[in-house]
Design a protein around this ligand. Structure first.
Ligand code: CIZ
Length: 304
């Protein structure tokens, strides 16, 4: 670590203390951001931390919907997203009007909404889910049909073992959608003894070829527990940092060079320092939307 980075970290820690802030970082963040975070996890874990933190300021190193989730659960705290433009193309595939229209087409059908969505979409939903608990959430509903938004691939993946019909929204994550079946074939050829672990946001054709399918926390757990020594990872590359650190005797390879989410890479140490210095960008959710979105999130948290 060079002297400039050391100085940035010193400044960051000083500001964090002065502002009584907690730094939460998603598993896909840059390694230097993960290193300064108080907690690193998936969006479920970050939502749980956000719901229980005693800090006065939450710095959410991730993308917009994650900061919104923290703001929904913490109306009395300041929630900062260090990079204002860190969005989520998947969340952008649906808005509240679009969901209301889908609900009109399927009256009485409960809505499960993946947390990768705006507060306004959560407010129109019955319950939220993440990739860690989507199947459990859908199973918990006493309904034969469920409207699942916005990730088609995640919905398709969990629908396989269900005795319910899922009506799927045609949204997808641009990063995971870049992975192709040929990537799996090539990776297996290059590493014949390796296991292939993919995220359920990948296409059904890719999921079909994998040895294990799970959220980032499920992939981390599988990697710790498996006796396999070589693992090919089919989710955003930021996860490799934790995987390598937690499993120094194992080899990890990225399934496709396309597995980089630009939005997850906007946040740097400089962004966090600037954010804490200027108390920006503060994420706020209108109270009527917040209250309804909170119900959907809390129903999920009660199951987790
Ligand atoms: O749920 C999340 O945090 C995302 C976006 C991926 C994962 O599986 O952790």
């Amino acid at each position: 670590m060079g002297p400039l980075t050391e100085e940035l970290i010193r400044r960051l820690l000083e500001l964090k203390e002065r502002r009584r802030a907690v730094i939460l970082a998603h598993n896909y963040q840059l390694k230097e951001v993960q290193d300064v975070a108080d907690y690193v996890g998936d969006s479920l874990a970050l939502a749980q931390k956000a719901a229980t933190t005693a800090a006065e300021v939450i710095v959410l190193c991730g993308v917009y919907f994650m900061a919104e989730t923290a703001a929904i659960l913490n109306p009395d705290k300041k929630v900062l997203l260090p990079e204002r433009s860190a969005g989520c193309p998947l969340a952008d595939t649906i808005d509240a009007d679009g969901l209301r229209e889908a609900k009109r087409r399927h009256p009485g059908v409960p809505v499960v909404c993946y947390v990768n969505s705006s507060a306004a979409v959560k407010a129109e939903s019955d319950i939220c889910c993440t990739s860690s608990n989507a199947e459990k959430v859908v199973r918990s509903l006493p309904a034969a049909r469920v409207l699942f938004v916005p990730d088609y691939n995640l919905g398709h993946y969990i629908s396989r073992g269900l005795d319910k019909e899922l009506i799927l929204w045609p949204g997808s994550c641009t990063t995971h959608a870049r992975v192709k079946p040929e990537d799996v074939h090539k990776a297996r050829e290059a590493h014949p003894d390796a296991l292939v672990l993919v995220h359920p946001e990948c296409s059904p054709e890719v999921v079909e070829l994998a040895d294990f399918v799970g959220s980032t926390s499920a992939i981390l757990k599988f990697a710790r527990e498996t006796s396999a020594k070589t693992l090919i990872i089919g989710t955003e590359m930021g996860i490799l940092y934790r995987l390598k650190r937690e499993n120094p005797s194992k080899q990890f390879y990225l399934l496709s060079p396309g597995l980089i989410c630009p939005n997850m890479k906007y946040t740097r140490l400089e962004s966090i320092v600037h954010s804490l210095e200027t108390m920006s960008f503060q994420v706020k959710v209108a109270e009527d939307i917040r209250l309804r979105a909170k119900e959907a999130l809390e129903r999920m948290l009660a199951l987790s």
